[in-house]
Write a new protein. Structure first.
Length: 290
């Protein structure tokens, strides 16, 4: 079966984010504010990359890898990355349009620059300053086209800030490793995919996914899971004969996922609450690799 077919049997909905907020996904708002800062992050089932780019641009991640089984969605994610970059303000620009230098001059030049000492402060001083998100309106790109993304040295400071700190891969991550896995991750995000992994790969495939996440995480790493409720499986399995047949043999249920994850080696879940509207209202849980 063509993975990019109109029948999204992997949950690979095209235009999925037309039904979601365009910026600042409320699921991310439930998470600790510092969760992603300076971390390597894997976003499994990234779709068109909206959450992936938000983590990379707004939440301070050092590196974010988005992976999806649908190559059409992955190509759309690369395009979306450029759109987000095109709307970002120049480095050092504040939301009101002023620059750091202008702020100093408006203060009468009275601001004294603190002399930095020590390697940590020096690194901070040399780090590139990222522009303000959503500084330019979307109409600018519509009128003039997207901005080119400047080159960055692979190991330079620029590689750790948006748009250079995000990449996308096409892969069935449950069953296939990607090059980025070699370095491991400190956070793995799995939004709205547990049902699709379960229906396509069965109980064994879902447990395999959970084990893959555990192995990919560094000690103390975090697994963010948005489990889809069992009653939503009924509609999904009607989409395809294979899913319908697979569903007959499923013994595991979403309310039992926490025990499975604890048996693998994760901490008890931190239940962060639910967010979203209508059929998109689901819980978000956080697990720590012990």
């Amino acid at each position: 079966m063509d993975k990019t077919a109109s029948n999204p049997v992997f949950g690979n909905y095209h235009g999925y984010y037309n039904k979601r907020p365009s910026t600042q996904d409320p699921r991310l708002a439930l998470l600790p504010s510092s969760l992603f800062h300076g971390r390597r992050v894997l976003d499994v089932g990234c779709n068109e990359g909206w959450v992936t780019c938000e983590i990379a641009q707004r939440l301070g991640a050092k590196r974010v890898v988005g992976v999806d089984i649908d190559d059409t969605l992955v190509r759309a994610a690369w395009k979306y990355r450029r759109t987000v970059w095109s709307q970002q303000g120049p480095p050092g620009t504040s939301p009101d349009g002023t620059t750091a230098d202008q702020d100093d001059s408006q203060a009468g030049g009275s601001k004294k620059r603190r002399r930095l000492s020590g390697s940590e402060d020096e690194d901070e001083a040399e780090a590139p300053v990222q522009g303000v998100p959503d500084y330019f309106p979307a109409s600018c790109e519509h009128m003039f086209g997207p901005l080119p993304i400047p080159a960055a040295a692979p190991h330079g400071k620029e590689a750790d800030v948006f748009p250079h700190n995000v990449v996308f891969r096409t892969a069935d991550w449950v069953n296939t490793e990607i090059p980025d896995d070699a370095e491991g991750y400190q956070v793995v995000v799995a939004f709205s995919i547990s049902k699709w992994i379960h229906l396509n790969n069965g109980d064994e495939g879902l447990v395999k996914f959970f084990r893959r996440v555990y192995e990919a995480l560094s000690p103390g790493g975090t697994f963010v899971l948005e489990p889809q409720e069992w009653d939503t499986y009924a509609k999904a399995r009607r989409m395809d004969p294979k899913l319908k047949e697979n569903a007959k043999n499923l013994k595991l249920r979403p309310d039992g996922f926490e025990q499975i994850l604890r048996d693998i080696g994760f901490s008890p879940a931190q239940h962060l609450g639910s967010t979203g509207e209508g059929g998109f209202r689901r819980p978000v849980d956080l697990y720590t690799k012990l």
